[in-house]
Design a protein around this ligand. Structure first.
Ligand code: TXA
Ligand code: MG
Length: 312
C-alpha cells in the first residue's frame, strides 16, 4: 500500500495501532524519512522497551513525534524564537527541533537531558496514528542500534521480528534519510545532524544564524559506526578513485561493488539504505561508496556513508 490513508482506515489498522500503543506496546510507524519504532512517550515502561528492543544505550535520547505544530508548547518549557520560525516553516516535515523540555517529559525519553527533540512527521499514516492516539510518540528509527535504518515495512519486520508488536505499512519512505536535527537551545542554533531538510534551507530561514553540522556535535548517537551493513564500507571522493580501489580489492579476491549516489541525490537518499542492505543480501565483502558533494541532500548522504564506513 502506498500511504493511502482511506485504505488503512477501512481495514482498521490505525485503530489497531492505537490500541497497541495504549497498552504500552510498540508500533512500526512509517514516516516520510524512515520507519520509526513508536511507543507512548508518556509511558515509562513503553519507552524503556524501545531501548531494550533497539539494544540502544540509555543516554541516546528519543525524538517525540507529535500530530501538529500546536502541540509543541505542551512538550517544551518554552519555545525559543528560532524553534517557532523553523516549526512554522518546515512542519510537518523532516526536521527535529531540540527545545527546553517541559517538566512532565520523562527522563527516560531525554536521557536525563534538559532538552527534548520534537518533530511533526509528514506522512499520512503517521499523521493518522498521531491524531487518533492524541499524545506524543517516542520513536527512534526501527532498527537495532548501529545498523541500517529501515525504509519499508518489510525492513522493520526483518530487523525486529517479534520484538515489534504491530507494523503499519505505509509503503517506501519518500525521503529515505532521517530528519535534520537543530538544537534551538543554543545561540546561534546548531545543526546537529544533516537530514531531509538541507542545512542551507535552515540557515536561510534563520537569516544565516546557524552553526553547521561540520563542527563538533553535542548529540549522542552520532558516533562511528552507525547506519552500517555487515559488509565493510570504504569511501572515495571520486568515481575514478572508487573504481581503482574496487579493482584492487577485487584482485585480492574480495566480493566488491561500487555505489555511486551522485547522479540524482533525491533518488540516492530514497534508496541509500536499500543499497546498503542489498550489499549484505548480495554477500558483498566490501562496498566502495562515492561521496556526493556536501550540498542539499548530499550533506546527509555523505554523513551516513562516512558513519557506515566508521569515519563519522
Ligand atoms: O527522521 C527521523 O528523525 C527518524 C524518524 C523515525 O522520525 N527518527 C530518528 O530517531 O532518526 P533516532 O533515535 O534514530 O535518531 C535521533 C537522534 C539520536 O542520535 C539522538 O541521540 C538524538 O537524535 N537526540 C534526540 N533527542 C536529543 C536531545 N534531547 N539532545 C541531543 N540529541 C538528541
Ligand atoms: Mg537511528
Amino acid at each position: 500500500m502506498t500511504g493511502e490513508i482511506g485504505e488503512i482506515d477501512e481495514t482498521g489498522e490505525i485503530d489497531e495501532g492505537v490500541a497497541v500503543l495504549r497498552r504500552g506496546g510498540l508500533v512500526g510507524m512509517p514516516t516520510e524519512t524512515v520507519y520509526g519504532l513508536a511507543g507512548d512517550a508518556s509511558n515509562e515502561a513503553a519507552v524503556r522497551r524501545i531501548f531494550s528492543v533497539k539494544r540502544r544505550p540509555p543516554d541516546h535520547p528519543l525524538i517525540v513525534h507529535i500530530a501538529d505544530r500546536s502541540q509543541l508548547a505542551g512538550w517544551s518549557a518554552h519555545v525559543p524564537a528560532s524553534a517557532a520560525v523553523l516549526a512554522d516553516a518546515c512542519w510537518p516535515g523532516p526536521l527535529t527541533l531540540l527545545v527546553p523540555k517541559a517538566d512532565h517529559v520523562l527522563a527516560a525519553v531525554t536521557g536525563g537531558r534538559d532538552t527534548v527533540g520534537i518533530r511533526v512527521p509528514a506522512h499520512p499514516v503517521a499523521t493518522a496514528l498521531l491524531q487518533c492516539f492524541g499524545g506524543g510518540l517516542a520513536a527512534p528509527s526501527a532498527n537495532r542500534f548501529g545498523q541500517v535504518s529501515p525504509t519499508t515495512a518489510g525492513h522493520v519486520r526483518d530487523d525486529l521480528g517479534g520484538d515489534v508488536d504491530f507494523v503499519l505499512d505505509g509503503g517506501a519512505c519518500p525521503i529515505g534519510v532521517e530528519s535534520t536535527i537543530v538544537d534551538c537551545t543554543t545561540s546561534p542554533p546548531q545543526i546537529l545532524r544533516p537530514g531531509g531538510i538541507a542545512d542551507e534551507e535552515i540557515s536561510r530561514l534563520l537569516d544565516g544564524a546557524t552553526e553547521g553540522s561540520s563542527g563538533p556535535t553535542r548529540a549522542s548517537g552520532m558516533r562511528a559506526s552507525h547506519y552500517a551493513p555487515r559488509a565493510r564500507v570504504e569511501i572515495s571522493e571520486t568515481v575514478a578513485g572508487a573504481t581503482i580501489l574496487a579493482a584492487q580489492l577485487a584482485s585480492d579476491g574480495l566480493a566488491v561493488d561500487v555505489l555511486d549516489p551522485t547522479a540524482d541525490l533525491v533518488v540516492a537518499a530514497q534508496q541509500l539504505y536499500v543499497w546498503l542492505r542489498d550489499a549484505d543480501t548480495r554477500g558483498l565483502d566490501v562496498l566502495v561508496a562515492v561521496l556526493p558533494p556536501s550540498f542539499g541532500l548530499g550533506h546527509a548522504i555523505r554523513d551516513r556513508l562516512l558513519k557506515a564506513a566508521g569515519r563519522g
